[in-house]
Design a protein around this ligand. Structure first.
Ligand code: SAH
Ligand code: SF4
Ligand code: F3S
Length: 475
């Protein structure tokens, strides 16, 4: 396995550009061989970080001559950008690999690559080496910047190429990116996580927290705006600790203020906020901002202090509720969403009642509820008191009902109001409708023309359908 290379980031960029040229010549040869422009399909599992990484992969693939497709079965190169946060994400990948094997038998020139968080686990690599020999290329989360180089290695070799790094300090700027949406974009502001919540595998597969320089972030957003982007989503596992380890430290709130100054940028979102690090300064900046959306994703995970402590979340139920109060007092119109885990080791139905109490008190606009998944290598995996499935199920169903009722009540309150929406896409079910996103992250469907995609318009939220609205354009 290759290890860390001591080039600086600019040298690395130049090197990767050379590899892109070389890879392009191999793709050109392939085009001659198969008689059409080779197609590539990148399938993303997991979170927004992975979605952004996939845009980077596609950036390089299109640069070297591939054409993107959403249909795996017609592709000449298939890449799975994997997630391992819960076991079901892993199982989906293994399931689909079986299908890729049959595809490759019919189309021997088909190349298959696996990357992302799952590949950072040695047990996964062992399993693929043993049972999925047809995979051509495997790499991880830390060396995605050398994708062009890995492609060249893949084209020049016929055995499985595996390159996984345990860590990296490197952040290579300015590699090509192929955005999924012309009008909005995710931006990594930091990588990795230092929190080590006891159930979570992310710190092990994404490494230690590293922030990008503010000037690089601003430069990237300015370029995106010049290219038509009106909404950005600043991405990090814990954006509230952004900038602490930079040579010239800066807070997340200060970064937001700088981003706000960018002319032409209309909306700013961010994910995810860890409650323990959310500052008064951030609340103030949000409150006075015209561009920061009225939405805060504030994962609570659990409501019982005992469980929160075992999870290593470093706040109590009372502290969390006090924080929410402060936020709602400053911004009464804010939408708050959350993540909740049910079935953490030792969690009883009484503990789940505490979580339900938090949901009732906070009145979340939406909550993602997960059943605890045991992740090998995390502290929680070796805890003895794993919860029986029936108990988890009972708590989960009870919680889900309260979550859904609360979210429905919250949504109903906005019925009849006129709000600004960013027109995002043609409605999937009905082509005469467009789908727009409100500042609070809810969706509204309304009759309009597709030429309005990317524009901010005023929409009347005529009817609430629980988790979305139908309405009409005003004025
Ligand atoms: N950095 C973000 C979360 C990233 S993972 C944060 O701290 O909020 C997204 C969500 O997956 C988490 O908020 C958590 O609710 C859930 N999750 C993480 N590990 C899990 C596990 N082992 N089992 C079930 N859900 C998990
Ligand atoms: Fe996982 Fe906790 Fe880090 Fe979020 S903050 S990625 S839940 S360890
Ligand atoms: Fe999954 Fe990795 Fe994101 S484990 S949730 S894709 S950081």
């Amino acid at each position: 396995m290759t290890q860390y290379r001591s080039t600086n980031d600019e040298q690395e960029l130049a090197l990767q550009k050379e590899y892109m040229k070389k890879a392009a010549s191999y793709v050109a040869d392939l085009e001659v061989e198969i008689g059409h422009k080779p197609l590539c399909c990148v399938t993303t599992f997991g979170c927004q970080m992975n979605a952004r990484d996939s845009e980077k992969l596609l950036g390089i693939l299109t640069q070297i001559g591939y054409e993107p497709t959403d249909h795996e079965e017609e592709a000449d190169f298939v890449i799975y950008n994997t997630c391992t946060v819960r076991d079901n994400a892993n199982q989906r990948v293994y399931g689909r690999l079986g299908f890729l094997n049959s595809l490759k038998r019919k189309k021997p020139h088909l190349k298959i690559a696996l990357c992302g968080c799952m590949m950072q686990e040695s047990s996964v690599i062992e399993k693929i080496k043993k049972s999925y020999r047809f995979v051509d290329l495997i790499f991880g989360t830390h060396n995605i910047f050398k994708f062009a180089e890995l492609l060249v290695t893949m084209f020049e070799n016929h055995e499985m190429i595996i390159d996984i790094w345990q860590e990296t300090e490197q952040i290579v700027e300015d590699l090509p990116v192929n955005r999924k949406y012309p009008y909005k974009s995710g931006i990594n502001i930091m990588f990795g996580c230092n929190n080590f919540c006891s159930y979570c595998i992310v710190p092990y597969v994404r490494g230690r927290e590293r922030s990008r320089e503010p000037k690089d972030i601003i430069k990237e957003i300015e370029r995106l705006v010049a290219d038509g982007v009106v909404e950005v989503m600043l991405l990090g596992q814990n954006v509230n600790s952004y900038g602490k380890n930079l040579a010239n430290p800066i807070t997340f709130a200060q970064l937001l203020k700088e981003v706000e100054q960018i002319e032409g940028l209309k909306r700013i979102r961010f994910m995810t906020s860890h409650p323990k690090d959310l500052s008064e300064e951030l609340i103030e900046v949000m409150k006075h901002s015209d561009k920061i959306c009225r939405h805060l994703h504030l994962p609570v995970q659990a409501g019982s202090d005992r469980i929160l402590q075992a999870m290593n979340r470093r706040y109590t139920k009372e502290q969390y509720l006090a924080l929410v109060d402060k936020i709602k007092t400053a911004m009464p119109d804010i939408a708050i969403t959350t993540d909740i885990i049910v079935g953490f080791p030792g969690e009883t139905l009484e503990d789940v009642e505490e979580t339900i109490d938090v949901v009732r008190k906070v009145q979340y606009d939406n909550a993602f509820t997960f059943i605890y998944s045991k992740r090998t290598g995390t502290p929680a995996a070796s805890m003895e008191n794993q919860v029986p499935e029936e108990v988890v199920k009972e708590g989960f169903d009870k919680l889900l009902k309260v979550v859904q009722d609360t979210a429905r009540d919250r949504a109903a309150r906005l019925q009849g109001q006129v709000m600004e929406a960013l027109v995002e896409e043609v409605n999937e079910q009905d082509e005469s409708l467009m789908t727009g996103r409100l500042s609070n992250n809810m969706l509204v469907h309304f009759p309009a023309d597709r030429s309005m995609i990317g524009q901010l318009i005023k929409v009347s939220l005529d009817t609430c359908h629980g988790f979305y609205y139908t309405g009409h354009v005003v004025g």
